[in-house]
Design a protein around this ligand. Structure first.
Ligand code: CP
Length: 315
């Protein structure tokens, strides 16, 4: 693998899941691969899980790790080509990315969408500038439209915890007070559409995702109907794709509760975290026996380790 920006960079998702589970069994088996190799993790936005799990994965592989919170610790970045930099920006991404590529063997970048201009976000303007100019293999730590390390960890979790060969997986929209990106649901949908699962998406009307990411999914607007017989429920908020980045009010009753679980096949409840309790997901679910959110977050290490190993092998 030369880069990891989406499921399309993966030749065989089942083989990658198997590899991740082998890392979980034996975390230090490939320490030699990362010897004298360095990964740089560059964050334009906050992170807990992605930062720590990717760091841990790299250390397990024997790599050196450097982290830069470029939004807080770096020079103010200019992203527009041709800009006359007589305002607040100090360094162009062309130089910043290229210089970072001089110091590391692999680079990870997190770059959220602005949620103002759909075309700009969906062209991955910021992330692709790093791809173009860094000169080393790149791994997405979540871009404007996708979060593939999260989705791989989600697939690993489903593979580990499923009790039937082809489980029913439901992506269920949840309420939130702020407009959130579509990156996690887009990415989860892309991975589930390639996995051996029955995949259903449920959301209120108006929260349709870009169909490029959901091809093959069944979309049901009635949440109770969608949840019937579910083995896994993936809870996630996202803002509208059309009108872009907007919150459509009036769907607070979409928060998952134990009562809603009754129509499922004792479904396991997933969430990428961070989660706003009693807004997106109830205490009773998060603290109850059906929640697997901590297990899922733990699997972020093995997802990252499987990906970094393949990137190291391509150097
Ligand atoms: N799920 C996830 O990516 O968490 P962080 O934003 O904390 O990295």
């Amino acid at each position: 693998m030369k880069q990891f920006t989406s499921v399309h960079d993966v030749t065989d998702i089942n083989a990658l899941v198997s590899e991740a589970l082998q890392h979980k069994e034996n975390p230090y088996a490939h320490q030699h691969l990362g010897k004298n190799k360095t990964i740089g993790l560059v964050f334009l936005n906050p992170s807990l899980r992605t930062r720590m799990s990717t760091q841990k994965a790299a250390l397990n592989l024997g790599m050196n790790v450097m982290v830069l919170n470029i939004d807080k610790e770096g020079w103010a970045l200019e992203l527009q080509d041709g800009a006359v930099m007589n305002g607040t920006t100090v360094e162009h991404v062309r130089e910043a990315a290229a210089v970072l590529g001089q110091y590391v063997d692999i680079i990870g970048v997190r770059s959220f969408p602005g949620l103002q201009d759909r075309e700009e976000d969906y062209s991955e303007q910021v992330f692709n500038k790093f791809v173009e100019h860094c000169g080393v293999p790149i791994v997405s730590l979540e871009s404007a439209t996708r979060h593939p390390l999260q989705s791989l960890a989600d697939l690993i979790t489903i593979e580990e915890l499923k009790t039937k060969a082809r489980p029913k997986v439901v992506l269920s929209w949840a309420p939130h007070i702020k407009p959130l990106p579509q990156a996690v649901p887009n990415s989860f949908a892309e991975w589930m559409c390639k996995a051996d699962v029955e995949f259903v998406i449920t959301h209120p009307e108006g929260y349709e995702l870009n169909t490029n990411y959901t091809l093959g999914a069944t979309i049901i607007h009635n949440q109770d109907k969608a949840l019937q017989g579910a083995d896994f429920i993936y809870v996630k908020n996202w803002s509208a794709y059309e009108p872009y980045g907007k919150v459509i009010k009036g769907f607070d009753d979409w928060m998952l509760t134990n009562e809603k679980l009754q129509v499922t096949d004792n479904a396991k409840v997933m969430h990428c975290l961070p989660v706003r309790r009693n807004l997106e997901l109830s205490d009773e679910i998060l603290d109850g026996p059906n929640s697997v959110v901590i297990h899922e977050a733990g699997n972020r290490v093995w997802a990252a380790q499987a990906v970094l190993k393949q990137l190291l092998e391509s150097l």
